[in-house]
Design a protein around this ligand. Structure first.
Ligand code: SF4
Length: 231
């Protein structure tokens, strides 16, 4: 897949590239996998434009890591965690970008996590709509993720309002994708219906009202979280 059309964050070229494929923001029992930097959105609030790695790491990658590099990094980090007596409870497949762009690679990564840590929850953090644009119109393929071992989806929709979404998420970057918002909802429904636990992620900007986020999530019968904008 050509990566020319993707957004890599404004710090690209300004920070040193690193090889941090696994990082930890919420305690040793939760690990995040940094599998890519490319993203087909251009969110006005994107952390990558202000920080090289959530204030905890440098997540800018020199190149997209191979599946083997990712699973090796995961194994060495989980060994450290085990050796320190902590039980790994959750693995988040994130990227400092949109991990859905590596849809096919998600399967060997999921299989590895599931094989080595059968009790851990495995969450994909995504904006949803890229599934339809870059991989398949066949909604039934979302079930493959569940069958592959995925348990949770953190679906970053950012706002319950389509017009606000256009302004703050800017799907398609310079070529606004008018179907992205509705496709994200389609992804949400399909993921929920195959039994994945879906949490809609909203961001506390652009006058977001909690009652609107709550109502939106309740209509879709999924959970939600409102994230504060990191400085
Ligand atoms: S979806 Fe995430 S990585 Fe992509 S531009 Fe938005 S905040 Fe940045």
């Amino acid at each position: 897949m050509s990566t020319n059309k993707f957004n890599f964050g404004k710090l690209k070229g300004k920070v040193q590239f690193e090889k941090n494929l696994v990082y930890c923001r919420r305690g040793l029992n939760e690990l995040s996998l940094n599998i890519n930097n490319a993203c087909p959105n251009s969110c006005v609030f994107c952390i990558r434009d202000r920080d090289a790695g959530w204030g905890v790491s440098n997540l800018y990658l020199l190149k997209e890591p191979t599946v083997k590099e990712i699973t090796n990094a995961f194994d060495s980090e989980t060994k450290k965690i085990r050796d320190s007596g902590v039980k790994l409870t959750k693995v988040k497949i994130c990227g400092y970008g949109e991990p859905m762009l590596r849809f096919h690679d998600l399967f060997p990564i999921l299989a590895h996590i599931k094989h080595t840590n059968p009790r851990a929850l495995i969450q994909l953090t995504t904006t949803g709509w890229p599934f339809f644009r870059y991989f398949s119109k066949d909604i039934s393929k979302i079930k493959d993720l569940k069958n592959g071992g995925l348990t949770d989806v953190y679906l970053s929709i950012s706002t319950p309002n389509k017009e606000v979404y256009k302004k703050i998420v800017r799907p398609g970057i310079d070529n606004y994708d008018p179907l992205a918002f509705d496709d994200t909802i389609r992804f949400c429904i399909a993921a929920r219906d195959v039994g994945l636990k879906v949490t809609l992620g909203f961001i506390d900007i652009a006058g977001l009202k909690e009652k609107d986020a709550k109502e939106f999530a309740e209509k879709l019968n999924v959970s939600y979280k409102i994230r504060k904008l990191e400085k």
